[in-house]
Ligand binder design. Structure first.
Ligand code: ADP
Ligand code: ADP
Ligand code: MG
Length: 670
C-alpha cells in the first residue's frame, strides 16, 4: 500500500458531546490516537470529558456559544495541535462551511467532502440531484417558485394527504401533514413561518404523504478513491414527532430482491455525490405498493450506527478515520453479509404520557444488567444532570442475537432490569412497545406509535403496578422513619402495641391518587387498597431498596428520591414516579386568564412582542428552546399584549408565566 499523500492522524478533537463523544473516544484509544474533548459549562464534569485524553473548555451552555461555534472549535484544535476533527452527529456535522474551514486550518475533517454535504443540505436540491441520477424520489414539488398560488397548485397535483417540509429542515422539525385542500393555505403559511424562525429560510417542499410508509435506510460508505459500498439496511419506522426511537436490522419486511433494489439505489445516490465517508441514504418504503422513494442523505455518522456494527462486525468510526486519512476501502459489496439481528432503543428523559415532552433532572441511579450481546452507549452516570441545553437522550441500548425473536426477548429483559431513577424516562414506554404483538410481528409503519400503539396501551395492569409501587413506597417510608432496623424481628414490642390503628399514605402517580392504608399485625402488615387487601411482610430495607413478601410472593423494589418525587422500580412494575400527597398537595394549577406558560423547562431565545403591542390570531409571541426542540408560542386570539414577564436568554421552569394577553372584546374580532 502506498503511504504517500496520506494524512497522519495521531490526535483528534471531538466537536460534540455526550454518548457520541464517548463512542469516538473509544475508537481513538483502540487506534492509538489521542482524543481531545471540548466542553461547555454544563459538561465540565461529564463522563466524556473525563474519558478523553485531554479536554478544552469552549464556552457557555447554549450550543451557539460552544458546540456550534466553528471558530472556537477550530481554535481549540489548533491550540492542542490536533490533526483532525470528528463532528459526531448533530451540531456542526452537516455544515459544509465548517468542513471547509477545517481543511483551510490544516485539520482533517472526519466526514465526506464539503460538496457532498452542501448538496444534501437543501431537501429541494437533494431531490433534484437524485432524480437526475435515477434514484426514485417521493412525488412532489421542490421548485423555486414559492408563491402561495404555485404551492396550492402543486398540492392539488400531488393529491392529498400532502406533507410540507422545510427545504432547510432537519431533525423532524417543521414538518406538517395536510389532509385536505381547505387546510392547505393556512398550513403553508404556518409552515413557512415555522421554517423561517427555525432555519432562517421559509422555503418549502411538498411531498405526497405515504401514509403506510416504513422508514428504511441504507448505511453507505465510500473512500477517496471512488469506491462505495452499502452496509445493508436499518429500519427506523418506530418514531414519534418524526424522530426515531427504535431501529433494527435486518428490517422485518426486507427480502433479498428488495434489498438488491434499494441497495442499488443507495449506491447510485452515493455515486452521485462522489461519496467518501460514512453516510445514510433514507428511503420511505410503501407497504401497499412495494415502491420505495428517496427521502434524504444524512452526510454523517448516524445515531443508530451501532445496529449496523452489530450485524457486520465493523467499526464505523475507525473506518471513517481511515477513509478521511485517504486509505482505500478494502471491502467489496459481495463480501458484505449481515450476521444475525440487532435492535437499538433510545432511552430518553421524556414523558411518554405527556406528549413525549422532554424532562430535565438528575439521574440518581443508573445501573444495567450484564447481558451477553448488550451494548450500552452512554455518557451518563449516577449524579449526571439532564439539562435544558442538549438532547434529552440518556443512552442507547443495542442488543444482538442470532434471530429477531431472541433479540427482542433479550431487549425486553434489559428494559425490565435497567435502573434509571431520578427523572421521568421513556423506559416503561419502550418496554411496552417491545412487548406489543404488532411490533413483535414487525407489522408497523411510521405512524404506528401515534395512531395504533398509544391508543391501546392503557391496560389494567398499569394501575396494579402503580398500587404495588405505592405499597412498596409506603413501607419504605415507614422503614426509613423507624430508623436503621433491618428486620422486623428487631422491632421492640412496645412499638407494636402502639400500632393498632390504620395509618394512611396517599400518592399521586400520573395525577391518579393512590390511597394506601396499613396496619401492623401478628406477622406483617395488613394493607388495604380501595378495592383489595394484601398481607405484606417486610423482609429487608435499606436506603436504596426494600424487599417485600406480598401474599407469599417475594420481590425487591429499588427506590430513589428526586426533587419532589420518588422513583420505584422493579422488573415487573417498571419505573413508577410517585408524589407524596401529604407533602405535595395537588395544587389546582392557577390559570391566569390570557396567560401563556412555558410547556417545559426552557430558555427564552426570542421575544417577538412587547407590552402594549396589538397582535392578531396566529402571530408568534415568543420562541423557546429546550433540548434541541424549538417551541414557538403563537396566540390564537386577537388582542393586546398586557405584559411580558421574560426576557431573551432567561431560563424558565415548566408552567412559568411568560406573557399576558388581553383579548380583544368579542364583537370587535375581525
Ligand atoms: P438521526 O437521524 O441519526 O437520528 P437526528 O437528525 O435525529 O439524527 O439528530 C441527530 C442528533 O444530533 C440528535 O439525536 C441530537 O443528539 C443531536 N443534535 C442535533 N442538533 C442538536 C442541537 N442543536 N443541540 C444538541 N444536540 C443536537
Ligand atoms: P428529517 O430531515 O427531519 O429527518 P426526513 O425527510 O428524513 O426529514 O423525514 C423524517 C421522517 O418523516 C421520516 O423518517 C418519515 O417517518 C417521515 N416522512 C418523511 N417524508 C415522508 C413522506 N413523504 N411520507 C410519509 N412519511 C414521511
Ligand atoms: Mg431524516
Amino acid at each position: 500500500m502506498k503511504e504517500l499523500n496520506r494524512s497522519r492522524i495521531s490526535s483528534l478533537l471531538i466537536a460534540n458531546r455526550g454518548e457520541i463523544a464517548s463512542r469516538i473516544i473509544r475508537t481513538c484509544r483502540k487506534m492509538g490516537i489521542k482524543s481531545v474533548a471540548v466542553f461547555s459549562d454544563a459538561d465540565r464534569n461529564s463522563v466524556f470529558v473525563q474519558q478523553a485524553d485531554e479536554a478544552i473548555y469552549i464556552g457557555e451552555n447554549p450550543p451557539a456559544q460552544s458546540y456550534l461555534d466553528a471558530e472556537k472549535i477550530i481554535a481549540a484544535a489548533k491550540r492542542v495541535q490536533a490533526d483532525a476533527i470528528h463532528p459526531g452527529y448533530g451540531f456542526l456535522s452537516e455544515n459544509a462551511e465548517f468542513a471547509k474551514a477545517c481543511a483551510k486550518a490544516g485539520l482533517v475533517f472526519i466526514g465526506p467532502n464539503p460538496t457532498a454535504i452542501a448538496s444534501m443540505g437543501s431537501k429541494a436540491e437533494a431531490k433534484l440531484l437524485m432524480e437526475k441520477h435515477d434514484v426514485p424520489v417521493v412525488p412532489g414539488y421542490q421548485g423555486d417558485d414559492q408563491s402561495l398560488d404555485r404551492l396550492l397548485v402543486a398540492a392539488k397535483e400531488i393529491g392529498y394527504p400532502v406533507l410540507l417540509k422545510a427545504t432547510a429542515g432537519g431533525g423532524g422539525r417543521g414538518m406538517r401533514i395536510v389532509e385536505t385542500a381547505h387546510e392547505m393555505e393556512a398550513s403553508i403559511l404556518a409552515a413557512k413561518r415555522e421554517a423561517k424562525t427555525a432555519f432562517g429560510n421559509d422555503s418549502l417542499i411538498l411531498e405526497k404523504y405515504i401514509a403506510t410508509g416504513r422508514h428504511i435506510e441504507f448505511q453507505i460508505f465510500g473512500d477517496q478513491h471512488g469506491h462505495v459500498v452499502h452496509l445493508l439496511e436499518r429500519e427506523c419506522s418506530l418514531q414519534r414527532r418524526y424522530q426515531k426511537i427504535v431501529e433494527e436490522s435486518p428490517s422485518p419486511v426486507m427480502t433479498t430482491a428488495l434489498r438488491q433494489q434499494m441497495g442499488d439505489a443507495a449506491i447510485k445516490a452515493a455515486k452521485a455525490l462522489a461519496y467518501d465517508n460514512a453516510g445514510t441514504v433514507e428511503f420511505i418504503y410503501d407497504d401497499q405498493s412495494n415502491a420505495f422513494y428517496f427521502l434524504e442523505v444524512n452526510t454523517r455518522l448516524q445515531v443508530e450506527h451501532p445496529v449496523t456494527e452489530a450485524i457486520t462486525g465493523l467499526d464505523l468510526v475507525k473506518m471513517q478515520i481511515e477513509s478521511a486519512m485517504g486509505m482505500p476501502l478494502s471491502l467489496r459489496q459481495e463480501a458484505i453479509k449481515g450476521n444475525g439481528y440487532a435492535i437499538e432503543v433510545r432511552l430518553y428523559a421524556e414523558d411518554a404520557n405527556n406528549n413525549f415532552l422532554p424532562v430535565t433532572g438528575k439521574v440518581e441511579r443508573f445501573e444495567w444488567p450484564q447481558v451477553e450481546g448488550l451494548r450500552l452507549e452512554t455518557s451518563i452516570e449516577k449524579g449526571s444532570e439532564i439539562s435544558i441545553f442538549y438532547d434529552p437522550m440518556i443512552a442507547k441500548l443495542i442488543v444482538w442475537d442470532q434471530h429477531r425473536t431472541a433479540a427482542l426477548q433479550k431487549m425486553q429483559y434489559v428494559l425490565k432490569h435497567l435502573l434509571c431513577l431520578g427523572l421521568t424516562t421513556n423506559q416503561n414506554f419502550l418496554l411496552q412497545l417491545l412487548q406489543d404483538e404488532r411490533m413483535i410481528k414487525g407489522a408497523y409503519d411510521t405512524r404506528f406509535i401515534e395512531n395504533d400503539f398509544l391508543p391501546t396501551i392503557s391496560t389494567p395492569s398499569i394501575s396494579t403496578n402503580a398500587e404495588l409501587a405505592s405499597v412498596a413506597l409506603t413501607l419504605y417510608i415507614w422503614a426509613r422513619r423507624e430508623g436503621k432496623r433491618k428486620l422486623l424481628a428487631a422491632i421492640p414490642s412496645g412499638w407494636r402495641n402502639n400500632f393498632y390503628a390504620y395509618q394512611q399514605n396517599t400518592f399521586l402517580i400520573e395525577d391518579e391518587e393512590y390511597v394506601i392504608k396499613y396496619r401492623f399485625q401478628q406477622n406483617g402488615f395488613h394493607v388495604q387498597l380501595p378495592e383489595k387487601e394484601m398481607q405484606v411482610q417486610l423482609i429487608s430495607a435499606d436506603e436504596t431498596e426494600i424487599r417485600l413478601e406480598i401474599d407469599g410472593l417475594q420481590s425487591s423494589f429499588k427506590i430513589a428520591k428526586g426533587d419532589a418525587t420518588y422513583f420505584v422500580h422493579n422488573e415487573s412494575i417498571g419505573t413508577q414516579v410517585l408524589k407524596h400527597r401529604s407533602r405535595f398537595p395537588i395544587q389546582e394549577k392557577e390559570k391566569v386568564k390570557g396567560g401563556f406558560v412555558a410547556p417545559m423547562p426552557s430558555q427564552v431565545v426570542r421575544v417577538l412582542v412587547e407590552a402594549g403591542q396589538a397582535v392578531k390570531a396566529g402571530d408568534p409571541l415568543l420562541v423557546l428552546t429546550s433540548m434541541k426542540m424549538e417551541n414557538t408560542i403563537y396566540t390564537e386570539t386577537t388582542g393586546k399584549v398586557e405584559a411580558v414577564f421574560v426576557q431573551r436568554g432567561q431560563n424558565v421552569e415548566a408552567d412559568f408565566l411568560l406573557l399576558k394577553l388581553m383579548p380583544e372584546p368579542s364583537g370587535k374580532n375581525s
